[in-house]
Design a protein around this ligand. Sequence first.
Ligand SMILES: Cc1cc2nc3c(=O)[nH]c(=O)nc-3n(C[C@H](O)[C@H](O)[C@H](O)COP(=O)(O)OP(=O)(O)OC[C@H]3O[C@@H](n4cnc5c(N)ncnc54)[C@H](O)[C@@H]3O)c2cc1C
Length: 424
Amino acid sequence: MNPYSVFAYISRFLFLLSLSTIIFHEQLRSNGRQTRYVNIYGSENFNTTPVDNLFGAGIGALNFLYQDQIYQANGQPNVTPEPGAKYDFIVIGAGTAGATMTARLSEIKDFSVLLIEAGAEETLYMGVPLLANFLQSSDEINWKYETEPSDKYCTGMKGKRCKWPRGKVMGGSSVLNYMIATRGNAWDYDRWAELGNEGWAFKDVLKYFKKFENIQIPELRNDKKYRGTRGPVSLDYAPFQTPLLKAFLEAGQELGYNLVDYNGKDQMAYGGLTFMISMPVSMAVFNMLDISQPYMKDFFLERKGPITVSGGCEGIAFLDIDNPNKKYGLPNMELISLASSIYSMEATLDNFGLNQDGTCKMGPVSDKTAVVDPTLKVIGIKGLRVSDASIMPEIPTGHTNIPTYMIAEKASDMIKQEWGYPID
Ligand SMILES: Cc1cc2nc3c(=O)[nH]c(=O)nc-3n(C[C@H](O)[C@H](O)[C@H](O)COP(=O)(O)OP(=O)(O)OC[C@H]3O[C@@H](n4cnc5c(N)ncnc54)[C@H](O)[C@@H]3O)c2cc1C
């Protein structure tokens, strides 16, 4: 780790925190009991004192530092290929798609695969939920693109430019993102197929959505038609929910909406957000840094509490606002329920970013705007494919990380098949 990086400073802070709380624990011990998560999150009573919290946060921070060392030590070593080295496949970019492709292609023992990433190694700090928004401010792991100033768009933003964050790190944008897990609507993929992309209808891609996921929500594990339980990416509700989520869901029900799995048969619904939990997630609120409160202790020791809620996003709803009585089909609005106001308006204007995809569109060769064909080969160039979020011919109704996994899974199978290897 670069000793001057922000992550090195965080590491030193945690180390000092852990030392100081361990040293002063006994001296500070008092009998004052504290109500847990009071004011912000309701009032779940819990028998902790500020000193317990301080001590727990200190021990937890020390353990976290240790885990980070192990995490870094177990990572793949960085190597520079020898001059003249040959590989069967060179994957550029270790983001959501690149990492997935590399993992799947490497399943074939005969294949040699080189993965090239412009950014740094990922550390455990980057997975701390509290830091999700903060990560976008980093020069080290965000490419920090911005849109051109315009009088037509981004007019409410600073300098009339929108932030265009993209991850520059092992894991790519999935390291910066909020881990909201949405597939989009079945109709989105049927539409991809209608546009001339054979093999991309929902019935064709569903098996790839299922392939990489391991749904943890007990009642959904039985939905074998739509959900997967054997993939490497775990999905679950956040381990902490505020009373606001309950109110949001009740409001949806009052309006006649069902509470259903919006990644299942019907998308139009209200629901608690599911997140990718193979990485920790976040709710970034500055008072959670108060180590006399139980927040940090809970997170560091048990990975629970409000710091595990991604960016404060708790609930989601997909609605058709033109036809409010319509409860099935394709929605035209997504609502996200935020548990808290994390930033001032000033900071929001400074930080608010956009998702951007579809810059390298997939389409039939007859489509003059297409860059890749439905097998993801770059039209007119041999031996080059693009397989990531950029190939989406139209953006699905939702967020794009889960669809990007699907694209990479399907691309890996197409390559294996073309090389004469079996697929499952
Ligand atoms: C701030 C933010 C929040 C988001 N929140 C969500 C969310 O909550 N839910 C959701 O579903 N989606 C979310 N997304 C979108 C989602 O993360 C992306 O759609 C997905 O990660 C795209 O994957 P990708 O593989 O196409 O690209 P990336 O994951 O961006 O990977 C591209 C990789 O290529 C590397 N690279 C680029 N050029 C080179 C080069 N020349 N040489 C070597 N390496 C290179 C980059 O450094 C990067 O690591 C969010 C995105 C951002 C930026």
